[in-house]
Design a protein around this ligand. Structure first.
Ligand code: SF4
Ligand code: SF4
Length: 105
């Protein structure tokens, strides 16, 4: 099972920007209201440029039980983010969580 269901650190660590065409009302899937406009071509998940960072779509508690409320409709940066990557390790470290063991798990 993915460690992500008990983590969510990356959803509370980075800015999440993506093309405006990924918005539901532009033919994409991301529900309007959960993202804010950065400029005419870029949107940002609400909450990911606040301090402390926390995506508005994240529910639960980081490091215990965390879920993306729009998992099937999440934007491309979230789809491309790799569990076990360096960025994953940095996100977990910022939340006091150990890096994932990449092998032997
Ligand atoms: S930081 Fe890594 S383990 Fe945690 S939710 Fe993100 S991808 Fe999954
Ligand atoms: S949209 Fe979902 S996967 Fe992406 S940062 Fe927000 S909570 Fe995490």
């Amino acid at each position: 099972m993915s460690a992500c269901t008990t983590c969510g650190a990356c959803c509370a660590c980075f800015r999440v920007d993506f093309a405006v065409y990924e918005m539901e009302d532009m033919g994409g899937s991301v529900p309007s209201g959960l993202a804010v406009e950065v400029n005419g071509s870029t949107m940002r998940m609400r909450g990911t440029d606040h301090v402390p960072i926390r995506c508005a779509a994240l529910t639960g508690k980081v490091g215990e039980r965390a879920t993306c409320g729009i998992y099937e409709w999440r934007p491309s940066p979230c789809r491309e983010f790799e569990e076990g990557s360096d960025a994953c390790g940095r996100a977990r470290q910022r939340h006091g969580l150990p890096p994932l063991a990449l092998h032997g798990g």
